[in-house]
Ligand binder design. Structure first.
Ligand code: ARG
Length: 406
């Protein structure tokens, strides 16, 4: 009888490269390696595909999913202004469900018994892979070779070298653990584990330091339709290209560095360094346009659920019913988020300096102006204020009658 097959989420990096062999030796399975390009800046997908085979995979597949990632994962996150703990734009949390989708697709196409990932037992990504898989395909098993094995990085390198597994770095020097995609770049480990130690400059790749940022500001004009950016400086671009370009331009001004202590789902607090110039610039612009175009009650309610939305995504519930229901509400809420936003990039900041909307602005100069032509009827304000304050006046008078001080 032939061995069972598992489809491994393969990055081409150390952990998943050694995982291929380990799964064969210790779980007696055939491994299909599946690498997904989500904009992590790999130059050569073919090289990764070949490495998967060289490490022992029976089949090695690569998928360029950059467009899909932007359209199906970044778009809803942007419309939701999704920031975990009010700060982190969910870089890794967004790519994992996309990878899961493809793992499940390939597993079903090949009749595989399960899927596998290269996460340790300490992070969120294991949760996202496994909960994502059980939500899309409850019949599939998930294997977690790196978590089961419990190897340190150095030991993994020794183990691979002893077997001539062609891992990417043969020296024991890479100081950080990096995850990257079009929405940003994450860094952990090494000196970063001391939350008091300022991150060394060599952590950063997608942003310049504020010192190095140009003295002169630069402006971007982003045009949005239904809550999504469709053009940059008048040039229409597909979302994935637009995200890349905004990321590059904002990063060149030192925008988007985050240094934070994060609450992981597994209960640990960790120190994380993020570079998210494009994500933060786009969320800043999108929020501003919502302020211009969303009716007040809708805007308030949407803000109320945004944090919850980010938690669901962070915690691996991308495919769950609450997140899906939120997506429908958010999409509907953004139907008329149309218009343009001017964003100035300067010395580490991205800030909005102008916004307009031909068909959806709820800003009405005739109502807002303090100059000639004011159409706001101020005489109505007197009665309005009295009625608005009536509950408090009644409460205060009653409280005083009881002899209590206010
Ligand atoms: N802490 C971030 C998150 O949970 C980043 C995780 C990065 N993942 C990684 N395997 N290095 O989303």
């Amino acid at each position: 009888m032939s061995k069972p097959t598992v489809v491994l989420a393969y990055s081409g990096g150390l952990d998943t490269s050694v995982a291929i062999r380990w799964l064969q030796e210790h779980r007696d399975v055939d491994v299909i390696a599946l690498a997904i390009d989500v904009g992590q800046g790999v130059d050569d997908l073919d090289e990764i595909r070949q490495r998967g085979l060289d490490c022992g995979a029976v089949e090695s597949l690569v998928v360029d999913a950059r467009e899909e990632f932007a359209a199906e994962f970044l778009a809803p996150a942007l419309r939701a202004n999704a920031l975990y703990m009010g700060k982190y734009p969910l870089v890794s949390a967004l790519s994992r469900p996309l990878i899961v989708k493809h793992l499940v697709r390939v597993a079903r196409e090949r009749g595989a018994a399960g899927v596998a990932h290269g996460c340790t037992g300490k992070g969120n990504d294991q949760v996202r892979f496994e909960v994502g898989t059980m939500t899309l395909a409850p019949e599939l098993d998930t294997l977690a070779p790196i978590r089961d094995w419990g190897l340190t990085r150095d030991a993994a390198i020794d183990w691979a070298n002893a077997r001539d597994i062609p891992i990417p770095i043969k020296k024991k020097s890479s100081p950080y653990s990096i995850d990257e995609n079009s929405w940003g770049r994450t860094a952990e480990c090494g000196i970063l584990e001391d939350p008091w130690a300022a991150p060394p400059e060599d952590v950063y790749e997608r942003t310049v330091s504020i010192d190095e940022a140009p003295a002169d500001a630069e402006e971007l004009v982003l045009r949005f339709v239904a809550g999504l950016p469709v053009a940059l400086d008048g040039r229409e671009l597909p979302l994935h290209e637009l995200v890349d370009e905004v990321d590059r331009r904002a990063g060149a001004h030192g925008v988007g560095r985050l240094d934070m202590i994060e609450d992981r789902l597994v209960g640990i607090k960790s120190r994380e360094i993020y570079e998210v110039p494009g994500a933060l610039t786009l969320i800043t612009a999108h929020r501003d346009l919502e302020d211009l175009t969303l009716e007040k009650e809708l805007a308030e309610f949407k803000r109320l659920i945004e944090g919850r939305y980010a938690q669901l995504v962070y915690n691996g519930q991308w495919f769950g019913p609450l997140k899906q229901a939120f997506d429908r509400f958010i999409e509907e809420s953004n139907r008329a988020v149309n218009g343009e936003v001017r964003v100035r990039l300067h010395k580490g900041s991205a800030f909005v300096v102008g916004r307009r909307s031909d068909d959806s602005a709820l800003y009405d100069l005739d109502l807002a102006t303090y100059d000639e032509g004011d159409l706001f009827d101020q005489s109505l304000a007197e009665g309005f204020v009295k009625l608005w304050g009536l509950p408090l006046r009644t409460w205060a008078a009653t409280t005083q009658r009881r002899g209590e001080t206010l």
